[in-house]
Design a protein around this ligand. Structure first.
Ligand code: ZN
Length: 142
């Protein structure tokens, strides 16, 4: 089994609706994303010969994920989230957001990222998303 690993990072804030405690307020993280791609066999022909996957292709997928979240507020697309956007939209020049169909925990985000990479035809094995240097979530399908 071969496993290749690519890493990216992005800065974003999120809002966890209904969370009791200080993380119930909008706050930011330096997210660190590690993606592992696996294959039992290496590609046998073409420019990817001898590879699990072209690192450049995986990096391009990670860049799309970074562009989706970087320097944005990640907000759940629910009633509270839409109210939050309404209240912030008086000053659209000072913030940007991304609406997601889930509570933006590390767990939900890592599953979302896993599926985004899988949709590109990449044999993703595992996604690990760090919210802090010591807290992360690993998502795998098995
Ligand atoms: Zn947080």
């Amino acid at each position: 089994m071969f496993i290749i690993k690519c890493e990216a990072g992005f800065d974003a804030s999120h809002y966890l609706s209904g969370y009791e405690g200080k993380c119930g307020k909008i706050h930011g993280h330096r997210y660190r994303l590690i993606v592992k791609v696996q294959s039992k066999e290496l590609k046998e022909s073409g420019s990817d010969r001898g590879m699990v996957e072209d690192f450049g292709y995986v990096k391009a997928a990670l860049k799309e994920i970074k562009d989706l979240f970087d320097h944005k507020i990640i907000i759940e697309d629910d009633e509270t989230g839409r109210r939050l956007i309404e209240s912030l939209s008086a000053m659209p020049e000072i913030f940007d957001y991304v609406l997601v169909p889930y509570r933006p925990t590390a767990e939900e985000m890592s599953r979302h990222i896993f599926n985004m990479i899988k949709e590109k035809g990449i044999a993703v094995h595992e996604v690990e998303l760090f919210e802090t240097p010591t807290n992360s979530c690993i998502y795998r399908e098995d």
